[in-house]
Design a protein around this ligand. Structure first.
Ligand SMILES: NC(=O)c1ccc[n+]([C@@H]2O[C@H](COP(=O)([O-])OP(=O)(O)OC[C@H]3O[C@@H](n4cnc5c(N)ncnc54)[C@H](OP(=O)(O)O)[C@@H]3O)[C@@H](O)[C@H]2O)c1
Length: 252
C-alpha cells in the first residue's frame, strides 16, 4: 500500500513516515524541499499516483498566513486525491477547533477540516491536544518583559511521538468519516505545566496566571482545549516524555 504524508519532513511527519516505513509500507514524505508543494500544486499528481492513503500533517510556514495556507493547500490536496482515487484522507487537527474559531489559526484548521469533510473522499479527522514539545514555544509566545502570562485553560498535552503512533494506526485502519479526539494521560492548568517544564530545563522566567491574556487570540479559561470524552488516551506522561527527550538530546 502506498501512503503519502503531506508535511512528511515536519515534527509529526518525520515520526509518522518512519513508523510506516518500519512496517514496510511505501511512503512518500511530501514537502516543498522534496519537490511536492500542496500550495503551488508542484509534484502532487505524480506523488499521489497509486496512493491509497493521504495524511496531511503540514503546517503553514508563516503563522499569519495560516488561513490562506490551509484553504489553498486543502483544496489542492482534495482535488489531486480525488483524481488519484485515494481511499482514505486523514487530517491532523486540534481538540477544540470548532469552539475556538474567533482565533485565525483555529478558523484555518476548521476550514481545513471542512474541506476534507465535504470532499466526498472517505476521511478521518484526528484532533490532538497540545504537544509537550510545544510548551517551550508557548512560554516564548506569551513572555512580556521577562514574565510569562498564561491563561488558566485546562490542557491535556500529548507527546508528538504518541500523535505519530496514533496517526500511523489510523492510516492503516478504515476511514471513520468522523473525528477521533486524542490526548495525553494527565490534565493541567496551562501555567502550571509550562512552569513545570521551565523548571526542568532550568529556565528561571516567572509564570503568572492571567485570565485576560487569551490563547491564540481567543479567551480560553476553561476546558475547551481538552476532550471531554477522548477516543484515545496516550500512555506517556509529561515526566516520562521529559526524561526520554532529555536522554535523546544527550545522546544526539
Ligand atoms: N503544536 C501543537 O501542539 C499541535 C497540536 C495539535 C495539532 N497540531 C497540528 O499538527 C500539524 C503538524 O505540526 P508540526 O509541528 O509537525 O509541523 P511542522 O514541524 O512545522 O511541519 C510542517 C510540515 O509542513 C510542510 N509544509 C510546509 N509548507 C508546505 C507546502 N506548501 N506543501 C507541502 N508541505 C508543506 C513542512 O515542510 P518544510 O519543512 O519543507 O517547510 C513540514 O514538513 C499542524 O497542522 C498543526 O496544526 C499541532
Amino acid at each position: 500500500m502506498k501512503i503519502i504524508v503531506i508535511g512528511g519532513t515536519g515534527m509529526i511527519g518525520t515520526q509518522l513516515v518512519s513508523n510506516l516505513r518500519l512496517h514496510h509500507y511505501e511512503v512518500i514524505a511530501a514537502a516543498p524541499a522534496n519537490g511536492i508543494n500542496s500550495v503551488t500544486g508542484e509534484g502532487l499528481a505524480d506523488a499521489l499516483s497509486g496512493a491509497e492513503v493521504i495524511v496531511d500533517v503540514s503546517n503553514a510556514p508563516v503563522y499569519n498566513e495560516s488561513l490562506q495556507f490551509f484553504e489553498t493547500s486543502g483544496n489542492n490536496l482534495v482535488e489531486a486525491a480525488r483524481k488519484a482515487g485515494v481511499k482514505h484522507y486523514i487530517v491532523l487537527s486540534i481538540v477544540g477547533t470548532p469552539q475556538l474559531t474567533e482565533s485565525n489559526y483555529f478558523r484555518a484548521k476548521a476550514n481545513q477540516e471542512s474541506i476534507v469533510r465535504n470532499s466526498g473522499i472517505p476521511y478521518t479527522i484526528v484532533r490532538a491536544t497540545q504537544f509537550f514539545e510545544f510548551l517551550g514555544t508557548l512560554a516564548d509566545l506569551y513572555t512580556q518583559e521577562g514574565i510569562i502570562h498564561l491563561t488558566p485553560a485546562t490542557v491535556q498535552p500529548i507527546s508528538s511521538a504518541d500523535v505519530a503512533f496514533e496517526l500511523a494506526k489510523t492510516a492503516l485502519s478504515a476511514p471513520l468519516n468522523g473525528i477521533k479526539n486524542i490526548a495525553g494521560p494527565e490534565r493541567f492548568i496551562l501555567p502550571e505545566i509550562v512552569a513545570r517544564y521551565l523548571q526542568k530545563i532550568g529556565d528561571s522566567r516567572k509564570v503568572i496566571t492571567d485570565d485576560k491574556i487569551g490563547y491564540d487570540g481567543v479567551f480560553v479559561n476553561d476546558a475547551r482545549l481538552s476532550p471531554e470524552f477522548p477516543d484515545w488516551v496516550a500512555a506517556q506522561t509529561f515526566d516520562s516524555w521529559f526524561a526520554e527527550s532529555s536522554a535523546k538530546s544527550l545522546n544526539a
